[in-house]
Design a protein around this ligand. Sequence first.
Ligand code: R5P
Length: 291
Amino acid sequence: MLSVTVIGGKASEDLAKKLSKRLKADFISSDLRIFPDGESKITINANPKKGKIIIVNSTYPPVDSNLMQTLSLITKARQFSSDVISVIPYLGYARQDREFLPGEIVTLSVIAKLLKASGASKVIVVDIHSQMGLKHFDIPIKNVSAVQDLVNHFKKLKLKDPLVVSPDLGGATRAEEFAKLYGTDFIALKKQRDRKTGKVEIMTLNLDGVKGRDLVLVDDMISTGGSIVKATEFLRKQKCGKVYVACTHALLIDNAENKIRKAGISGIISTNTIPGNTSVVDVSGIIAKAI
Ligand code: R5P
C-alpha cells in the first residue's frame, strides 16, 4: 500500500497532527530555530518513507518566514518523493491577486512560482480570498471551503431570526452560500477601501429588514478588524439584535480582537487555519477529504 506521511510545519503543527490521524498517515514533526538575523533554520525529525508526502503549514504572520519554512519543507520532502502535496490552510498574499494600482506587483503569482519551483506537485488551500487567485497557479491547486463547518457551529447557537451579512460586495457569494446552508437569507453591504491608506468606509446608506434580528457577519478573513468594526457600527445603528462574526482566517493583527469586541460583537468564530483564541472550528476533515 502507498505510504502517506504528513509533515507538520511549526505554523500548523496541531492541524497537521489532526490531519495525519484522519488519514491514518505517519506524522513527522519539525523543529525551528530563528537566527538572530531572522533567518529560519528548519529540521524534520525523521525521514519520510517513499510515497505521498503532505506538508502542512499556514503562512500567517510572520508571513515571509512561514512562507520560507513552507518552501524549505517542500524542498526537503522532494528529496524523498515526487508526490508532494503542500497544504497551506491560510495562504498569505492571496489578497495580492491583481494589479490594483499601476506598478503594483501581483505577489500571489510570485508565490505560485515559488511553490512550483520548490517541488510541490499539488497545493491545497482553505477559502482563498478570491477565485481569481487560483488562476496564478500552473500546478494543480484545490480550494476547499470551511463554510459548512462554520455553519454547523452556528446551528448550535440559538440566534434570533438570524440574517447573514457580508461586509462587502466581494464576499456576497460566500455569504450567500453560508445563508443557504444555514437556512436563512443574506445581504451584502457596500464597502470602500482607500487603496493607499487602507481605510475602510461603509457606503450602504439605510437597510430594511435587520431591525431586531441577530446577524452573522461572514468574511474570509479578519486582519486589522477595520472592516468588521465599520460594518458592526453601521448595523447597530440599524437597531439589529446581536452581531456575531464567522470567518475562516482570524489574523487579528495587534488589538483587532479588542476593537471588534468593543464595537459590540457577541462572538467571533474562526477556524484553525490560524490557531488562536477564536479558532474553534477544525478544518482537518475538509482537508482530508480533498486529499
Ligand atoms: C477584503 O476584501 C477581505 O475579505 C477582508 O474583509 C479584509 O481583508 C479584512 O481586513 P481588515 O480586517 O483589515 O479590514
